[in-house]
Design a protein around this ligand. Structure first.
Ligand code: ATP
Ligand code: ZN
Length: 299
């Protein structure tokens, strides 16, 4: 039985967001068994219950205050908002945080051999999509006449079936389009996963827990994006070395035993360090360059 005083979080049961959502919650220190295919799981160490549903149901569960938080793609949320037309009236949710996964875009695509010029050339086209409301808003704003055909899945086969001239679908690598002889011609909406919360009365205890969770999530995301750097740098090139590393704070610099011309530098870099940066550091005379992952971080 679900208890009112426990924080309820909805996430996708199985699909493209489920692995990353699960990893994020576990990295925040929530002890919970999400491996079994249960629809509701209870945390052992925090008053948190995880509800696993289809991603399309998550905005509704948050908006109807059935769950406190939801992890959902911006695309699904936006479609839901437009379909309820709650932009005109009340907003039934609060965006708490943009996440670093579920990155994709909603794009128009047509057959590779089509001579697509620009949006204005799309006169009375039929476009198949699972996102009719986002598409309509985008094209209406630009005064483009079109007909949409809604398909819940396998949108990419619509042109081959003679159902539509174009499609408007989610793209990340473009591999699915390529397999179906389609080309991406225009991006309509950029998306990523988001954490949203419900509106309405919420106990102080839950508020505190949400705040704690969001702080931890920010820490997890920042740790994923950051690296711990250790290297030996020539004192004469120290400024140039530091300018290559985007530090969160100033570095720690200490003596290198037996070499008065070099120092040891330790620093947390705000971004990943690529091979190119390491090669530039080496050219400046840096040695023993180590780039280490960070597990947790709190600024
Ligand atoms: P469900 O069974 O939960 O309804 P689904 O089939 O509607 O799942 P998925 O394909 O698992 O949804 O995608 C879930 C979300 O992942 C998308 O709404 C989007 O936010 C994100 N996503 C990231 N990359 C892609 C991609 N290349 N194609 C589709 N969705 C993507
Ligand atoms: Zn879905």
């Amino acid at each position: 039985m679900l208890k009112k005083n426990r924080l309820r979080i909805a996430m996708q049961k199985s699909g493209r967001l489920s692995y990353d959502s699960k990893k994020l919650l576990l990295n925040c220190g929530i002890k919970i068994d999400l491996d079994q295919k249960k629809l509701i799981s209870f945390s052992e160490n925090m008053p948190i219950d995880i509800i696993r549903v289809r991603d399309d149901d998550i905005p509704g569960l948050v908006m109807h205050q059935i769950v406190d938080l939801g992890i959902v793609g911006g695309n699904v949320l936006q479609e839901k908002i437009l379909s309820r037309d709650c932009t005109k009236s009340k907003k039934f949710y609060k965006l708490l945080l943009n996440l670093d996964f579920g990155i994709c875009r909603l794009s128009l695509a047509c057959h590779k051999s089509s001579e697509y010029e620009n949006l204005q050339s799309l006169k009375n086209f039929t476009i198949a999509t699972s996102y009719p409301f986002i598409l309509k808003k985008y094209l209406n704003k630009r005064n483009i006449n079109f007909k949409s055909f809604t398909l819940k899945g396998s949108v990419e086969i619509a042109p081959r079936l003679g159902l539509s001239d174009m499609i408007c679908d989610l793209v990340s690598t473009g591999a699915t389009l390529e397999e179906n002889n389609l080309k991406e011609v225009h991006v309509i909406y950029q998306s990523n996963a988001q954490i949203i919360s419900r509106k309405g009365e919420i106990s102080d205890l839950k508020k505190e827990l949400i705040h704690k969770l969001i702080t931890r999530i920010q820490g997890v995301i920042q740790a994923r994006e950051s690296k711990y750097i250790m290297l030996h740098a020539p004192i004469s090139k120290l400024n140039q070395v530091m300018s290559l590393l985007n530090g969160i704070e100033n570095p720690t610099i200490s003596k290198l035993v037996g070499n008065p011309k070099k120092v040891v530098l330790h620093m947390v870099s705000k971004e990943n360090i690529f091979w190119e940066t390491m090669e530039r550091l080496k050219k400046l005379g840096a040695t023993s360059i180590l780039v280490l992952p960070i597990e947790k971080m709190m600024e």
